[in-house]
Design a protein around this ligand. Structure first.
Ligand SMILES: Nc1ncnc2c1ncn2[C@@H]1O[C@H](COP(=O)(O)OP(=O)(O)OP(=O)(O)O)[C@@H](O)[C@H]1O
Length: 585
């Protein structure tokens, strides 16, 4: 994207509140006109003093300019602050909504902290540029536009010096921008690496402590920051050189105005006051050009951040729901996978040609070695991932044709890692159903055998659980997650290793709740503890993304296949059981 395209697109994010922005623009034009009038007035005062005229009215006018300038500046700043802060808040909310709705595969590909970093930096950048533009640079730009014609009206010869000075500034900035374009993009890349490292280490602080990684992680960060600085120094050097060259250009122009102005005064072609006004113009021009250069540097530095953000936005927009997506309603719970295949991006992992059909109300156990694709399969059912091939039908409706929202309303999931948010226990359970009463929340907790430990806590249901529920034990987290699914009361239930962290006694209590919940619901159970899948109507044994065995629990346990071998290995089935069943067959 060219610089122009980047900022044309950036403006689309800012083109709101047109009336308020218009008022700021008008105020800035007035402010700029006063800024130009001041050196002229100053020159007139000097002339009046030297010819011993009355300067009081001009001094009064000058004071009036000062008061008006101050009041207008405060009002413009206040309005600009409000506009820019408001825009930052809305941009963050809008972009957050889109990003958070992206499939998990997108997040794992993009990197959650990377996306977060891009989003926050883009919000800050757009906000900062917008604020400075409205507060300061708009007036600067208008002042520069008014200054040159005013100067030309006074004296063409001295004005040409100002034009050459302006052109020198622009040329120097252009050269520096083209020389540092790649360097600046590299700086952005290094910023991402630094941020990802910091966020990865801090979010895994227990591992960092337990494995004595504090120094090592700090060393690693130092390495990344060094790389960042190595990329950043040459860019900064170029801009420092530009400042030096600008200073030389300003000094030369100032001297030229003085020398030529003196000659013109001596020849009687120009008054002293006019030369003084021109020196004021030159000073104004230098100050404003410096401000514009600083703004141009910011615009240039922000370019890579904004491009990164636009890429993020584009990848998000591509995945929005089609307008004609239907609503999945009145689900009974028949689930069919028809030749489903899915690959993770940049990975050989996924699932291949999975087909099965489960009747409404049945329990389906998905078993198999770790990494076999069990979680991926249930994620596909919820359209966390989109299959590359095949169809998934619920009650005969292809789930690709309905909104994700309606699909997910029909499914309650207990995640492998419980998935608790840093909120109170009550709020975590209520994620199942927002409008549930406290009594309903408590009943769900009771059914999930969670009420005892919750009520033992000082703040009961108001106890805040910490990030990812880290202030609860693994078993407590799972019971809160089960209570949440119970409260949701959806026709399809997914239990992904839902009871793996529970002791035998608690698991037995929770099992009663789950058994009650399973009734009249299609339930998918993923479990390594095979005792929990005994009641399954259908067992799907997966390995390396494929279904290798499928059938009823008794049918598979009596065959001499991998499921039976696994049952024997876990002591659920003895060799004697198998021999008996084979003989009977
Ligand atoms: N986002 C991802 N990108 C690339 N590969 C992935 C991703 N998520 C999972 N995988 C890989 O896909 C395979 C299946 O993962 P999945 O989580 O479905 O296994 P699973 O059978 O549920 O394992 P477990 O019993 O250990 O939970 C694994 O090899 C895993 O490494």
């Amino acid at each position: 994207m060219s610089l122009f395209q980047v900022y044309a697109r950036a403006l689309q994010y800012l083109a709101v509140h047109k009336f308020r922005v218009g008022a700021i623009v008008i105020a800035n034009i007035v402010l700029a006109a006063i800024t130009i009038a001041e050196p002229i007035l100053f020159g007139r005062i000097i002339d009046a003093i030297s010819s011993q005229k009355d300067v009081a009215p001009m001094l009064l006018l000058w004071a009036g300019f000062g008061v008006f300038n101050t009041i207008a500046f405060v009002l413009v700043s206040r309005e600009a602050d409000r506009l820019a802060h408001g825009r930052r808040a809305s941009l963050l909310t809008e972009a957050f909504g889109r990003i958070v709705s992206m499939p998990l595969s997108w997040h794992s590909q993009r990197g959650t902290s990377n996306a977060l970093h891009t989003l926050l930096r883009a919000c800050e950048t757009l906000f900062g540029l917008w604020l400075e533009f409205m507060r300061q640079h708009l007036a600067t730009a208008v002042a520069l536009m008014l200054l040159i014609p005013t100067a030309f009206a006074m004296d063409v010869r001295l004005s040409l010096i100002l034009v050459v000075l302006g052109a020198a500034y622009v040329m120097i900035s252009k050269v520096v921008m083209s020389r540092t374009k790649e360097g600046q993009a590299a700086v952005e890349g290094h910023y991402h690496t630094v941020f990802s490292h910091v966020s990865d280490s801090i979010s895994n602080v227990s591992v960092v402590h337990s494995y004595n990684r504090i120094e090592a992680e700090t060393r690693e960060l130092k390495k990344f920051t060094q790389r960042l600085l190595s990329a950043q120094y040459p860019v900064l050097d170029w801009w420092a050189l530009a400042s030096g060259l600008n200073r030389i250009a300003s000094t030369i122009s100032m001297m030229a105005i003085l020398v030529i102005g003196t000659v013109l005064v001596q020849r009687g072609e120009l008054g002293v006051g006019e030369v003084i006004a021109f020196i004021g113009f030159a000073n104004l021009l230098i100050g404003r050009l410096d401000q514009m250069k600083a703004f141009a540097t910011q615009i240039f530095e922000a370019r890579a951040k904004l491009e990164d953000f636009f890429q993020l936005e584009d990848s998000v927009q591509d995945r929005e729901e089609p307008a004609d997506a239907g609503e999945l309603k009145g689900v009974v719970g028949e689930v069919e996978f028809r030749d489903i295949s899915f690959d993770f991006a940049n990975s050989a992992q996924g699932v291949r040609n999975v087909s099965f059909k489960a009747k409404a109300g049945q329990t389906i156990a998905i078993v198999g070695p770790t990494g076999a694709g069990k979680t991926t399969l249930v994620n596909l059912l919820q359209r966390v991932h989109e299959p590359k091939h095949g169809q998934i039908l619920i009650d005969g409706v292809d789930i690709a044709t309905v909104t994700r929202k309606s699909l997910r309303r029909s499914i309650a999931t207990v995640f492998q890692d419980a998935g608790l948010m840093n909120r109170s226990i009550g709020e975590n359970i209520r994620l199942g159903r927002e409008d549930a009463s406290l009594d309903e929340v408590m009943a769900a907790a009771e059914a999930a055998a969670a009420s005892d430990f919750i009520e033992d806590r000082l703040n009961g249901y108001d106890t805040v659980v910490g990030e990812r529920g880290n202030r609860l034990s693994g078993g407590e987290r799972q019971r809160v997650a089960i209570a949440r699914a119970i409260l949701k009361n959806a026709p399809i239930l997914v239990l992904d290793e839902a009871t793996s962290a529970l002791d035998v006694e608690t698991e037995a209590r929770v099992k009663d709740a789950i058994d009650a919940l399973r009734k009249d619901r299609t339930t998918f159970i993923i479990a390594h503890r095979l005792s929990t899948v005994r009641e399954a109507d259908l067992v799907i044994f997966m390995d390396q993304g494929r279904v290798v065995e499928m059938g009823g629990f008794h049918e598979l346990s009596q065959s001499n296949g991998r499921f039976a071998a696994l049952l024997r290995a876990s002591g659920i089935l003895t060799d004697e059981d198998v021999r008996k069943s084979l003989t009977a067959a």
